[in-house]
Write a protein that binds this ligand. Structure first.
Ligand code: TXA
Ligand code: MG
Length: 325
């Protein structure tokens, strides 16, 4: 079931009344509240079980009201907003007057983006203000890429769920710190490092996957229940079979380079060869392996270029610092 006009109006009313609305974006589903309502923003943290020091992203309907939400927009940020919005790019800028400290975890910077999804844009237009939204999952879990993921994980804690079908991108937005002279990528996503470098005409630094830059960048984010082990692609099948023989219920993400191999394991997912399809499916695969009762997931990292960088980043975080072999 996909959201209708009446649903959009109802959801906007829920936001105005201080309620929480789960809504689709092109990346993942968000858990939204009126960005200017500190009590509603505080409820997001309670529902997610997220520490209040972890900053949220303010979602806007377009780049036009940007000056109300951020204190100062450097020329580079304007170029990127023009080029990539609506789209999966979040810009971290200096906090403007409309943003309460509850939304930024007390920081003097704020993350903003314009999502590229018709339901999200309709909601933002009908509501008329900014909507703070983290991914609509419990803290530390895998982000939801379908309305059913939200319903099963947050259910009655959300006042309204807008269904926009499965998310097309599947991994969270690229986050770029654009406050300083030299922008840097805090979280890789579908607006790739290469895209950003081409738009800016200069190389960009990527904060490493295991370094904690700000609260909310904890390395063991995006984790399924099962432990995730990362090995070289050609070792995936062997490692999975060994663990299965040792008594584990093993789930395998079989890389495209060994797709032909037969695998003896509890549950097997053949990873799509296209990075876009892999990103779109990734969180669903992890959820499915959890659902099938796997206690160990064996996978490998894709080549870290283009969208492969974002996928590798999420797999590393799912594995946590101690499970990379
Ligand atoms: O694709 C997305 O970005 C999704 C959809 C719903 O828009 N949202 C999302 O939100 O992934 P969340 O809360 O799960 O992740 C937001 C990330 C956190 O890692 C947080 O640390 C970072 O944004 N962030 C927010 N404000 C920041 C700030 N002022 N400085 C640095 N990082 C910030
Ligand atoms: Mg999240």
């Amino acid at each position: 079931m996909v959201a209708r006009t009446g649903d959009i109006e109802k959801a906007a009313d829920v936001l105005r009344a201080g309620g929480l609305v789960a809504f689709p974006t092109e990346t993942v589903y968000g858990l939204g509240a009126n960005a200017e309502d500190p009590a509603a923003v505080t409820r997001i943290f309670q529902v997610k079980g997220r520490p209040p020091s972890h900053p949220l992203i303010v979602h806007l309907s377009g780049a036009e009201p940007l000056d109300d939400w951020v204190a100062d927009v450097p020329a580079t940020a304007r170029v990127l907003a023009e080029r990539f919005w609506p789209g999966p790019l979040t810009l971290v800028l200096r906090r403007g007057g409309r943003v309460p400290l509850e939304a930024t975890g007390g920081l003097e910077t704020v993350a903003v983006r314009v999502p590229d999804h018709p339901v999200a844009l309709a909601l933002l237009a009908a509501f008329g203000g900014g909507v703070t939204a983290p991914s609509a999952n419990r803290f530390g879990q895998v982000s939801p890429t379908a309305a059913d993921h939200v319903r099963s994980e947050l259910g009655g804690a959300v006042d309204f769920v807008l269904d926009g079908g499965p998310c097309q991108v599947g991994v969270e937005s690229t986050i770029l710190d654009a406050t300083g002279e030299t922008p840097s990528i805090l979280r890789p996503g579908a607006v790739t490092r290469e895209d950003l470098q081409a738009a800016l005409g200069r190389p960009l630094e990527v904060a490493t996957t295991t370094r904690i830059r700000v609260p909310g960048q904890h390395p063991s984010h995006y984790a399924p229940r099962a432990r995730v082990v990362l090995v070289d692609p050609e070792q995936v099948v062997r490692r999975a079979e060994l663990a299965q023989e040792e008594g584990h219920q093993v789930g395998v993400l079989v890389p495209p380079s060994v797709a032909g191999a037969a695998v003896k394991a509890h549950a097997v997912v053949k990873v799509p060869g296209s990075m876009a399809a892999y990103a779109r499916g990734l969180y669903g695969f992890l959820r499915e392996l959890d659902r099938q009762g796997c206690d160990l997931i064996v996978a490998s990292l894709p080549v870290e270029k283009g969208l492969g960088l974002a996928i590798a980043n999420r797999l590393l975080r799912a594995a946590g610092p101690r499970h990379i072999t």
